[in-house]
Design a protein around this ligand. Structure first.
Ligand code: IVH
Length: 699
């Protein structure tokens, strides 16, 4: 029977079945069939990216599996696909002893270090004799050194039975429940030649994109974000509540096979490919080379490419590929002789902190900035770095004159990590938190629960200049030629005192300005004309609402069809937008409650600025939603909105609405007194959502 046939037959059976009436053996069989079918659909969805049933059908089957498992806990398989969503929290992790210790790696910091390691290896193998060097030098395998958390997975007859962290190398923590929620780690392996028992070692990590999304979500919910993907991976893996881990999109790459029972291929690289055929992910960057020179040139090339990889790597692991050679070389204390980690040149250096200055941003946000003794980091000269906010400086006791550690990672803004206390001379001066705006002298205010300080004045000229610069920037209204210099000039000359003044500028206003001729003035006016047609998301971003970045602005423009609709939205409705949590929603809501801001929006519209959604914006934002392309029917009396509002919201998230329930309905959204539509949905097995479910689904 094909998977589709099996699925249909299960669906039919489940629609008529009361699981309480089944005997033990029948229940066991049903659970096995349901688990198997769901695992296969999960594989199609998550690994092959080629689902053959709708998400709604998948969710409905999963809900039945969970229901029947909950009724029969003893029959539930620990590797059931329902475990992918996590289970009840643990009091603490169990400690587990590794059958063979998880070693660490010796480091190489230069080309010479790599050569020296390789030559030592050859010497230990009795191969350094120049006469024999030409022939059959041992091959090397190269792998990115992923900056994540080491994990040992035990598979017994192909089934995942245990997952443990490295711990101190001998004893780790049992994180099996959490690891079961990691989608790319197979709960069971498939293929030929799988050893009856085997330990797979690898690294759990966060993809950069997933990491950024996670932090945006945490920040949107007003929660603490993670400093880097490694911390996020460690923090997510070591959650006592695996349901939390399930919501964190962790990834995994296998890099070695530990103790295993049966025969495996003789080369390390072949073993990794073997793992891949059994369903375990390995890094697509892995490769083999025939000489140490080649190894060095590949390692150096990865160092240049690291910023463009979707995961953070801190080096390259170079391994002798032949397992027999590895065994011959053996280990020294806690690291193997057959492998070395080439670490990329430091992205962290020390330098002197000359001063701390504060900048005023477009939302009035005050950001302290470090003025540094210029220093080279990864080939770039750095003389300024961010210090985030006053708490950051005070909690790290960063003083003016300190020797400080500065980090620059890829194209990320350099940041001061902290002082080198041992280098202090006594001359250093603690920093005094300013109480007044350095530009306009207005008092500074700190919003409760936020780390940042703001200038309270609506008339702060610095704020307005920054806002104007932001308003005109590429992702906002994209007005060519209007950068920070011109923003300062227009504001200082009082030609633009409020953002809408920009659209009232005339040739006469500009032509007499310093550095302006007719051509330049003409180009600017042309740019301003074009800016009137920018998409809604650009305008929403341009307004400079606190916490509303480009992505949030796009999400808002995907959910509401005009600025007026955003302005009219309730706090609850705002929170249903993807990526908008309580903090962001409150900020948007508050912004539109300020009369001057409402006036600005009205003025922009009357000056011909586009304030409505253009067709393609909706589409862009509907690509990935949970109800994209799905058909929903709304019935009954809803609590927080009218049925019409619910339909609009569904449409804004890419869903379709219909007036009656049929086989083509994906969900019925039912409020109070749902009537006959509910009966029909139950009859047809259409999943029923409450209003809260719908809001949860869309948030
Ligand atoms: S092999 C016996 N390969 O680096 C050698 N390790 O500093 C075992 N790591 O704890 C490690 N990527 O978690 C190996 N491709 C890779 C790796 C890798 C990252 C981590 C690993 C280990 C640490 C050692």
């Amino acid at each position: 029977m094909t998977l589709v046939d099996r699925t249909r037959s299960l669906q039919k059976r489940l629609a008529q079945l009361d699981p309480a009436t089944l005997g033990r053996e029948e229940t066991r069989k049903l659970l096995a069939e349901l688990s198997d079918v769901l695992s296969q659909h999960g594989e199609r969805y998550y690994t092959l990216d080629d689902p053959i049933i709708s998400d709604g059908e998948y969710d409905a089957l999963m809900a039945r599996l969970r229901q029947i498992e909950d009724m029969n806990p003893v029959l539930a398989d620990p590797n059931s696909p329902a475990k992918r969503v996590g289970s009840a929290p643990l009091a603490a992790f169990d400690k587990v002893e590794h059958p063979e210790p998880l070693l660490s790696l010796a480091n190489a910091f230069s080309e010479e270090d790599i050569r020296a390691w390789y030559d030592r290896g050859l010497r230990n193998l009795g191969m350094l004799d120049p006469a024999t060097r030409e022939e059959a030098l041992p091959r090397l395998a190269l792998e990115p050194k992923i900056d994540g958390v080491a994990l040992a997975l035990t598979y017994d007859r192909g089934m995942l039975v245990r997952a443990a962290t490295r711990g101190n190398g001998r004893m780790g923590e049992d994180v099996t429940e959490n690891v079961r929620t990691i989608r790319c780690i197979p709960l069971s392996l498939s293929g030929r030649g799988i050893p009856s028992r085997m330990e797979v070692r690898g690294e759990v990590y966060f993809q950069r994109t997933a990491f950024r999304r996670l932090n945006a979500r945490l920040e949107g919910e007003g929660l603490k974000s993670f400093a880097n993907p490694r911390n996020a991976a460690a923090g997510s893996l070591r959650q006592l509540d695996s349901r939390v881990t399930a919501k964190r999109p962790l990834s995994f790459f296998a890099y070695a096979i530990g103790p295993a029972s049966d025969g495996l291929p003789p080369l390390h690289s072949e073993r990794l490919y073997q793992l891949e055929t059994w369903g375990l992910p390995i890094s697509p960057e892995n490769r083999c080379v025939d000489s140490v020179d080649e190894a060095i040139s590949v390692a150096v090339s990865w160092s240049a490419r690291r910023a463009s990889m979707d995961y953070e790597i801190d080096g390259v692991v170079i391994k002798f590929d032949d397992i027999a050679v590895q065994e011959q070389l053996g280990n020294v204390s806690n690291a193997p002789r057959w492998a070395i980690a080439y670490k990329f040149p430091a992205q962290e250096v020390t330098t002197t902190l000359r001063d701390i200055v504060v900048n005023v941003g477009r939302t009035g946000q005050i950001t302290p900035e470090a003025v540094l003794e210029p220093v080279q980091i990864g080939g770039v000269c750095v003389s300024q770095a961010t210090l985030h906010n006053s708490d950051y400086i005070l909690s790290r006791d960063i003083r003016i004159g300190d020797t400080v550690v500065v980090k620059r990672a890829g194209d990320v803004i350099p940041q001061v990590l902290g002082p080198v206390v041992s280098a202090r001379t006594g001359e250093e001066r603690p920093w005094v938190v300013p109480r007044e705006c350095p530009v306009c002298g207005a008092p500074l205010d700190r919003i409760e629960g936020e780390a940042d300080t703001y200038c309270v004045s609506a008339d702060c000229p610095e704020q307005f200049m920054r806002l104007l610069e932001h308003f005109a920037s590429r992702n906002a209204m994209d007005i060519e030629g209007l950068g920070s210099k011109l923003a300062v000039l227009l504001a200082r000359e009082q030609l633009v005192e409020r953002l809408d003044d920009l659209f009232r500028l005339q040739m006469d206003d500009l032509i007499h300005l310093e550095g302006f001729g007719e051509k330049k003035a003409h180009n600017l006016l042309e740019g301003i004309v074009k800016a009137r047609r920018r998409p809604l998301s650009n305008l929403v971003f341009a307004l400079g609402i606190r916490h509303v970045g480009k992505t949030t602005a796009e999400a808002l423009a995907g959910s509401f069809d005009s600025v007026d609709a955003v302005a009219a939205a309730s706090l609850d409705t705002l929170q249903t937008v993807d990526g908008v949590g309580t903090v962001v929603a409150q900020s948007v809501y508050d912004w539109f409650r300020v009369e001057e801001n409402r006036r600005l929006v009205r003025a922009l519209a009357s000056l011909g600025v586009n304030t409505s959604r253009q067709d393609d914006e909706a589409r862009i934002h509907q690509e990935e939603g949970p109800i994209t392309g799905k058909t929903l029917v709304v019935t009954g009396t809803l609590e927080t909105m009218t049925r019409e509002e619910a339909r609009k919201m569904i449409a804004a998230h890419g869903g379709k609405t219909a007036s009656s329930v049929s086989r083509n309905t994906d969900y019925l959204v039912a409020g109070a007194s749902p009537g006959s539509k509910m009966d029909k949905a139950v009859e047809l097995g259409v999943p029923v959502l409450s209003e809260r479910d719908l809001l949860n689904l869309l948030s």
